[in-house]
Design a protein around this ligand. Sequence first.
Ligand SMILES: CC(C)(COP(=O)(O)OP(=O)(O)OC[C@H]1O[C@@H](n2cnc3c(N)ncnc32)[C@H](O)[C@@H]1OP(=O)(O)O)[C@@H](O)C(=O)NCCC(=O)NCCS
Length: 197
Amino acid sequence: MMSKMYCHAVYQKVAQLHCEQIDQGFLATLGPSFLTLLYEAIDKDKSSVLIAKEVDGKVIGFVCGTVSLHSIYKQLLYRPFSLFIALTSCFFSISKLSKIFEIFFIGKNNPILKGLPRHELLTIVVHPSHQGQGHAEDLFSCLCNHFNDANIMNFKIVVGLDLARAHAFYIKMGCKVAGEMQVHKGMHSLVYVKQCS
Ligand SMILES: CC(C)(COP(=O)(O)OP(=O)(O)OC[C@H]1O[C@@H](n2cnc3c(N)ncnc32)[C@H](O)[C@@H]1OP(=O)(O)O)[C@@H](O)C(=O)NCCC(=O)NCCS
């Protein structure tokens, strides 16, 4: 498993994996340039973690987690010019702007999240050519160990209903369903909680 801090090429590869493997999600529609900045911000943010997995010198998967989405947004704002360029296409899309707004206020507006762990697994992806080989389990365990080392007892995961394989994976990893929510209007997700120890 690779260690912090990563280089630009790793952020690009992680962004590409996200775009290709979670292509129905809203974040993928913001494009690889934005996602590259986002994963750099997650890696650099002190309350977040990015763990990438390499096989034969190539990044084949990653997992990331955080305790504070707002802290990631703040980190993104340290690169205002790059952020502006990466999001230029969104300025002409009311639908994209409103979804960005929905994401920003998700924590405040969703009662289901109240009372659930503050820590969160944000995304996990393994390239299809390496799925079913234990890499996702390794990445998941690394994130659990990271949270354990910081005395974090549990964390949540918000998973789109259509991601069938991801649901099977989280259930296999001992995650329990804690509720259902809509991150965006009409887009349902299940919320899981995982006990770290
Ligand atoms: C989620 C992900 C990281 C899991 O990695 P993986 O290597 O596929 O994990 P596993 O091989 O352990 O598969 C998990 C389970 O899915 C099941 N599965 C396989 N194909 C499936 C399918 N088409 N539909 C539903 N379940 C399926 C398997 O039975 C497996 O459980 P088992 O090992 O007990 O048989 C990977 O599938 C992935 O990157 N998916 C796309 C991105 C994504 O949805 N990420 C989650 C965002 S929150």
